[in-house]
Structure formats: structure tokens, C-alpha cells
Design a protein. Structure first.
Length: 255
């Protein structure tokens, strides 16, 4: 069941979203050649601690996971699409990195993700990342009262498919509020005019995930969490928490 948020609740979620933005900014600034993924997680923990916020990621265990998630951010590198577990792996020049972060503040959750290159970027990676953010922008633009979930999905999918990229089936956005994952599901591909109507007070995590090789196939890594492209191509992920309002979409996880 979808829980509509009051304007006061949306303001509270904005504060949680602001912390998420601070986490992503700090992690991106710390990401450099030679830095380990575990060190990036420590940076994120420090920002959360300073803000008096918790992590909806830490110890999260959905039905598919063999173990609770052990970190406060997901660190997905190169062919990892999403849900990468921070390890002692050190970043190398040219790595494509996706960071997914969340924060819980005063009982409300924010969720956002960015992708970027460490060191010298490959032109193909830059195009992939730019398209992920273009798809996110298209999804946000479609997130208006009177539209439907399918309009968001169609906007995202059109950008991704037009650029020739794959989309991992079964993974996409979701509602956000007191919990990190709430109804409704927000697919990254769909038909316009279909699905649940968008109403003032809905808050959604909109999150395109793109597979650079153009195929949709993926598989879970041995850790049971990390999803990797089956063709070994690189992937990108972009996400914002967005409130649907009568005045238009409001991004809650921007700086």
C-alpha cells in the first residue's frame, strides 16, 4: 500500500536527503586511485555519524540475500551494476564507480546514487554515465501529478534504449518513506499511461541502471549481493529520492 506523505513529512525527508547528498559528495571526493572500497565506506560512516543519522543499508537483508548487508554504501565498480559490497579492493585509474547511499534521520529515509570515473575516463564510460543521468532527469520530469508510474518508466527506458544500452530486468525504483523500500515499484522500462496514478505526497526513488554492452542479462556474484553484467561490459547507476507535489517534482536528495 502506498503511503502518501504530508508536506511536513516531505520537509523531514528533505533533511534525510540532504545527509545522503553529503555522503555522496564526501565519498566522491575521497575516491582516488589506490583508495579501497572499504575506506570509502568509512568516509560515509563518518558523515552519517556527524549528522546524527543512521544507515538503512547496514544489516539490511531482503529475501534474496544470503547475509545482511555489511556496509552503509554500495560500491559497484566497472561490470558491477548495483549492490556492490565494499571490500579491500583498491581503485585503479579508469575505474567506473557507482556509489549508492542512504540515510535515516528522525525516522525518515533518503536514497540516492551517483556514477563517476576515477582518474582518466574512457569516452564510452563518459557516455554511459551521461546517459544514466539523462535517463534520471527524464524520469524526474515525468514524475508529475496526473501522470502514471508507466510514464516514468517509459521516459527512463526510452533514453536508455535509444542510446543502445541494456536494462537489468526486475530491478528499478521504489517508494521511500519510513522504510527504504516501500510501494510502489518504479520500473526502468514500461508503457506510458499505464500503472498507478501519481498523486501529491508520493515519494519515489527513481533509479536508472544501464548496461553498457546493450544486453539485459546479469548475474549475482558469489557474495550474493553484487549484480554483474553477464557480458562483462560496464554499468552505470543514477538515483534521486523525488517527492511528487502539486507544484511539480521535488528532488529531496540534491545538495
Amino acid at each position: 500500500m502506498v503511503q502518501l506523505k504530508t508536506d511536513t513529512s516531505i520537509e523531514a525527508m528533505r533533511e534525510a536527503g540532504r545527509v545522503v547528498a553529503q555522503v555522496l559528495t564526501a565519498v566522491r571526493e575521497a575516491a582516488a586511485v589506490g583508495v579501497s572500497l572499504r575506506e570509502l565506506d568509512e568516509v560515509a560512516r563518518g558523515v552519517l555519524r556527524e549528522a546524527g543519522a543512521g544507515s538503512p543499508f547496514l544489516n539490511y537483508r531482503p529475501h534474496f540475500a544470503p547475509t545482511p548487508f555489511p556496509a552503509v554504501i554500495c560500491t559497484s565498480v566497472n561490470d558491477a551494476i548495483v549492490h556492490g559490497v565494499p571490500t579491500d579492493q583498491r581503485l585503479r585509474d579508469g575505474d567506473l564507480v557507482s556509489i549508492d547511499a542512504g540515510a535515516t534521520l528522525d525516522g525518515w529515509v533518503g536514497d540516492s546514487a551517483v556514477s563517476f570515473t576515477v582518474g582518466r575516463a574512457r569516452p564510452a564510460d563518459s557516455r554511459l554515465i551521461d546517459t544514466a543521468f539523462a535517463a534520471l532527469d527524464a524520469g524526474i520530469t515525468a514524475a508529475v501529478v496526473g501522470n502514471r508510474i508507466g510514464d516514468i518508466a517509459h521516459a527512463i527506458g526510452t533514453v536508455c534504449r535509444t542510446a543502445g544500452y541494456g536494462i537489468p530486468e526486475g530491478f528499478g525504483g521504489h517508494g521511500v518513506g519510513r522504510s527504504m523500500h516501500e510501494d510502489p515499484a518504479v520500473p526502468n522500462e514500461g508503457r506510458p499511461g499505464r500503472g498507478m496514478p501519481l498523486r501529491h505526497g508520493m515519494v519515489l526513488a527513481i533509479e536508472p541502471m544501464l548496461i553498457g554492452g546493450g544486453h539485459d542479462a546479469f548475474h549475482a556474484d558469489r557474495d550474493g549481493w553484487t549484480l554483474r553484467t553477464s557480458d562483462g561490459s560496464r554499468a552505470a547507476h543514477a538515483e534521486h529520492t523525488v517527492a511528487i507535489t502539486d507544484e511539480g517534482p521535488r528532488v529531496l536528495t540534491a545538495l
